[in-house]
Design a protein. Sequence first.
Length: 95
Amino acid sequence: MILEDSWPSTSLGKKLQSLEDELQCQICANFFDNPQLLPCGHTFCSICMRKQMMGTKRTCPACHIDINLTDMRPSRAVASAIEKFQDRSEERRVG
């Protein structure tokens, strides 16, 4: 779920857009849902990775190293960042 259609074309707006992009899954293009960190350092939604692992691809979608479901670890820092980003964006729209 993308929060803003377009951030202002200010320096801050560009930084916020960049942050929003970093908080989105490369598979589903939404904010990470239950973000999982892979051994290679890439992060994806838990369900996106589980769906990918059901097929023949058992690699990281970004760097293509071999992975197993047991290699995934919850990324609490990313989950917290998304929550704070969404809260601040909601406050901006309401206020």
